[in-house]
Design a protein around this ligand. Structure first.
Ligand SMILES: [Zn+2]
Length: 126
């Protein structure tokens, strides 16, 4: 299935880019604060970024890859991280649905950025 992972590719193309995740780390869409909901360019960056499942840190750039991982494996990875961080593991399924929905609509090799619910392709690497 197609999934999104963190990438350094195209970092710096936007002045407000940041990259605090590990390369190739699985990402999902984290919680968005009110400031970012009002204007993602002026907030903390959560409305412009993807959250790393492993580090819990964020990146403004992610890429679509084809993975051998199953949905169940992905969900249990996210669930384990939620439990570790003291969040409600029940939200893991929704977090996985959301990011897989996004990945499914993008081509493999796409370098993706985000502004709240809008996802755009910066570059397509084949
Ligand atoms: Zn924020």
């Amino acid at each position: 299935m197609k999934i999104l992972v963190a990438t350094r590719a195209t970092q710096g193309a936007k002045d407000n880019d940041f990259y605090w995740t590990n390369d190739g780390e699985l990402v999902f869409l984290g919680f968005t604060c009110d400031r970012d909901l009002r204007n993602p360019e002026m907030g903390c960056g959560c409305g412009r970024s993807f959250s790393g499942v492993e580090t819990g840190r964020a990146t403004t750039t992610a890429t679509v890859i084809e993975s051998e991982m199953t949905r169940e494996q992905f969900e249990s990875t996210v669930e384990a991280k939620f439990v570790l961080d003291g969040w409600d593991a029940e939200f893991a399924g929704d977090a996985v649905d959301q990011i897989l929905w996004v990945a499914d609509r993008l081509p493999v090799g796409a370098i993706v950025e985000r502004r709240l619910d809008e996802f755009s392709v910066r570059e397509l690497v084949s």
